[in-house]
Design a protein around this ligand. Structure first.
Ligand code: SF4
Length: 889
């Protein structure tokens, strides 16, 4: 049901692009709900989307322009940016300036940034952080189809007979799309799901077959599939006339993968598993292969994408309902960035640097200095900053000091750059600390524009909160800089609607069906039409007869001869393999309840309870070899850097491979940034980093003490060797560790607390046992408490939360605080499984054991867990299975 007075907008997290209703809550604040009328989610939200209302406070926001750390007016800040760009170009040429932008930008922001750089500054040095996410898919699409086209739709996953997930933990990274797939499988159990992933992830919950392949062997696996399909007579003769490169690609596939037994052995699979997958794929025309970062983030990511696409092109399994290769994007507007051309190797509107296309865009923009060649991709751009070739770097809505591989080298590059400009909505990000100029941008709920999701659907993000402080839209900030550089006429936008109309018009300019990306029908939207714009999937050309739901079923592609290309894909191992010094392969990724570098999700207490700090998942055999147990703090070291995390023994890990999430930054941790250890290796075609395969070693963190410190405000973590800071309901949790004597650690910790001043301090010390506890009480109420011990002993945090809420601490409370246990112990709830209803692991296990529950529905009826967003259902099913309860459903 649509809420009266609700604003229809779109989730700012993943590429599923769920519709959201945001409305004023009774008693203040905002409430969000899934938009039942949005075709991407039909009312569903995942745990992150459902918690959006908790992330809307102004705490930590950048609200005023700053120059060298001082607040200045907009005019001063913009003049500084324009002056710096103008000087750099005058003295060193256009390529001395770079823009590093983001899939968090709206399409209108992206469009204006791309136009300024490529049409008016005269360089193509603009690249987006989507380079880290799906550049290999873009490269694969362009090689195969002649354009960056996602052929299918979300509905195809529901219509397929076989869905193959490759390198995609859809259950956690694209949860609502996963729920659509799970619901389709529940309706049609014959829908077969194959999950290809070295890890056993939550997405295995609905998989009929899990292929835990050896990392980096995807190309070999799909080359083997190509051979098997040809040998089984599954090449589609009619469709092969629309395809070139068949013989070359098949020859390469046969050279590497004609012996199934060898393919299975190299992939680390049983031969029967291989044949099972190959026959599932061969048995039906309705196959969708969904792939994501596990494919893209590789030094051979583009070849992995093409090895997959080859199998679909060979068999004509593309462009018809329930069939096709399907790249799902990580970010909310990665697709929008691709559409405007914000990758350095594309020009605009799916046109590239062919002279005819450059000339077309030049005429459309009336551009005085159109870029004639591709610019620097992300890694090249930061290299150019490091070597001084780029003098001015403008970073918009992204945090490369955390997210780039070998992130310490990126920090060094930023530290040496002549002018670093950062546009962001948050004041303190790891990247913002290197900025000379900080420009306050609008955040979700304040800004207004469009985003495109993974199935090419354009949706509106709409404003439902006022702009705070002096924050402005990104498109406005860029246009104001352009105006100061002398380009006022071409950047005289007064609204995002004006920008969108121009973007749509460029997509249709001299198109006539020659390019896939065409929004011609939207180029004449008036302001009211733009305000009302319903979610719409492109292409939407002006001529209705050229509209279509899917691409390529007609065998017509966007190459010069109109034929698709099968691309030969010789298997290549990861650039760096584990060796004696660094014997494990580090795989990085995401967890269920956090998003990117946590600038938003890190502010939601309930999202932080699923995994309260950096973790590393390790197979028991690797943990034993390193002398590490579950719950220990471990150090992960590579040849490039190091980080630390708490160990979880996970039987779903392949021996020899460890997994660590990429979310933690210097803002929320010390030693928590996993990308500090990741190798700076890139796919030669796409420029995408190999974020999923770095040789590392694992060792016990040399902790002599560990501590928990809870305080009403976040404290400076930098003096500690290891620290993690998380938001909790009403207080901040600090997890600390050090290699000094416990008494020294306690002195450091209490020194920080006492420096906050005032109040009463009570303390308990047992120096012999290395146990220290203390509490700060101000005006009778608990202001902070700390517990330090040689091990990772943690007092019950739910009990401590009640202590913070108490209007005054009685003598008994103080005694038990120093005893680190409640007067009457409550039930241990364990780590949160269901974020929506705050239901912990232990609560579910107890209820399931005593109630004899054997289905998630039974758990839901008893506890509510799993009945809202559904993101936790795979974990609940796993807990039921761990109890041996039969028939989890
Ligand atoms: Fe947002 Fe979750 Fe939907 Fe992704 S699946 S768009 S994170 S609600």
């Amino acid at each position: 049901m649509r809420r009266a007075n609700a604003t229809r907008t779109t989730c700012p997290y993943c590429g599923v692009g769920c519709g959201i209703l945001a409305s004023a809550a009774e008693g203040g604040g905002i409430v969000v709900a899934g938009d039942e009328e949005h075709p991407a989610n039909h009312g569903r939200l995942c745990s992150k989307g459902a918690a959006l209302a908790e992330t809307l406070s102004l705490e930590g926001r950048l609200l005023h322009p700053e120059l060298h750390g001082r607040c200045v007016d907009w005019d001063t800040a913009l003049a500084e940016v324009a002056g710096g760009i103008g000087r750099a170009i005058g003295e060193h040429g256009a390529d001395s300036v770079g823009f590093y932008v983001s899939g968090q930008l709206l399409t209108e922001d992206y469009y204006v940034a791309n136009k300024l750089m490529k049409g008016f500054l005269g360089s193509a040095n603009i690249d987006t952080n989507s380079r880290l996410c799906m550049a290999s898919s873009v490269a694969g699409h362009r090689r195969a189809f002649g354009a960056d086209t996602v052929p299918g739709t979300y509905e195809d996953l529901e219509l397929a007979n076989v869905v193959v997930l490759v390198g995609s933990n859809l259950a956690w990274c694209h949860p609502v799309l996963y729920q659509r797939l799970a619901a389709a499988k529940a309706r049609r159990p014959e829908l077969t799901v194959v999950n290809i992933d070295p890890r056993r992830t939550a997405s295995c919950d609905i998989a009929d077959l899990h292929l835990a392949i050896r990392p980096g062997t995807d190309v070999l696996l799909f080359n083997g599939l190509l051979v098997a399909l040809v040998d089984a007579g599954k090449a589609k003769p009619g469709f092969l006339t629309a395809v070139a490169g068949y013989e070359e690609a098949l020859a390469v596939a046969r050279a590497s993968a004609s012996n199934a037994a060898l393919v299975a052995e190299s992939c680390g699979l049983r031969e029967a598993e291989l044949h099972c997958f190959y026959s599932m794929f061969a048995a039906t025309d309705r196959v969708v292969t969904v792939y994501s970062q596990g494919v893209n983030q590789s030094s051979s990511g583009s070849d992995k994408v093409n090895a997959i696409i080859n199998c679909h092109l060979l068999t004509g399994r593309i462009g018809t309902p329930g069939s096709g290769p399907f790249s799902v994007t990580g970010q909310p507007n990665a697709m929008g960035g691709r559409e405007v051309g914000a990758l350095a190797n594309q020009l605009a509107a799916h046109m590239d640097f062919e002279p005819e296309q450059v000339e077309r865009v030049r005429r459309f923009w009336k551009a005085p200095a159109i870029a004639l060649k591709p610019g620097l991709k992300a890694a090249e751009m930061f290299d150019a900053v490091a070597t001084g070739r780029i003098k001015v770097l403008w970073i918009m809505a992204t945090n490369p000091a955390v997210s780039m591989p070998d992130s310490d080298s990126v920090r060094r590059a930023l530290a040496g750059c002549e002018l670093v400009v950062v546009s962001d909505c948050m004041r303190r990000t790891d990247t913002a600390s290197y900025a000379h100029v900080l420009l306050p941008a609008l955040a979700w709920g304040e800004k207004d524009g469009t985003v495109t999701n993974s199935e090419r659907r354009i949706s509106r993000q709409r404003t439902f909160m006022p702009a705070p402080g002096e924050a402005r839209p990104d498109w406005w900030i860029i246009a104001e800089v352009a105006r100061r550089l002398g380009f006022a006429e071409s950047f005289a936008y007064r609204s995002p609607a004006e920008v969108f109309r121009e973007h749509a018009a460029l997509s249709a300019f001299e198109n006539a069906g020659s390019r896939d990306f065409d929004l011609g029908a939207l180029a004449s939207l008036d302001d009211a039409g733009y305000a009302r714009l319903e979610p719409v999937r492109w292409p939407v050309p002006a001529e209705p007869e050229r509209r279509r739901e899917r691409f390529f079923a007609d065998g017509r592609f966007y190459t010069e001869d109109g034929r698709a290309r099968l691309v030969p894909t010789p298997p290549v191992p990861p650039r760096h393999e584990p060796d004696a010094a660094f014997p494990l392969a580090l795989n990085t990724g995401r967890i269920r309840d956090q998003w990117h570098t946590m600038t938003r999700t890190g502010r939601s207490p309930r999202l932080s309870r699923h995994a309260p700090g950096p973790i590393v998942d390790v197979h028991a055999s690797d943990a034993a070899a390193a002398g590490i147990a579950s719950g220990d703090l471990a150090r992960i070291e590579s040849r490039w850097g190091r980080c630390s995390a708490r160990v979880r023994i996970d039987p779903g890990q392949r021996p020899g491979v460890i997994f660590a999430p990429m979310h933690w930054t210097d803002q929320f941790s010390r030693e928590g940034c996993v990308n500090a250890a990741v190798n700076p290796v890139y796919d030669p075609v796409s420029g995408q980093p190999e974020l999923k395969h770095t040789p590392v070693r694992l060792s016990r963190f040399p902790a002599r003490w560990q501590a928990i410190l809870l305080a009403l405000e976040p404290l400076d973590a930098s003096p500690h060797e290891y620290a993690v800071i998380t938001a909790r309901e009403g207080f901040w949790r600090h997890e600390l560790a050090g290699s000094t004597a416990p008494a020294e650690g306690w002195a450091l910790l209490t020194g920080i607390l006492r420096s906050k001043g005032g109040g009463e301090w009570i303390e308990y010390n047992d120096a012999g046992a290395g146990q220290h506890r203390g509490a700060s009480i101000q005006e009778g109420r608990l202001a902070a408490c700390a517990f330090l011990a040689p091990d990772s002993f943690l007092p019950d945090e739910d009990w401590l939360a009640t202590m913070f809420e108490a209007p005054s601490l009685e003598a008994t409370d103080r005694r038990f605080l120093l005893a680190a246990r409640p007067a009457s112990p409550g039930a241990d709830t364990g780590p949160t499984i269901c974020a929506c209803f705050a239901v912990g692991r232990e609560t579910i296990l107890r209820a399931a054991a005593t109630g004899g529950f054997n289905t998630t529905e039974a758990v839901g009826r008893a506890l509510g867990a799993g009945t809202s967003c559904g993101s936790c259902l795979p974990e609940i099913r796993g807990l039921l299975a761990s109890l041996g309860n039969a028939a989890p459903a």
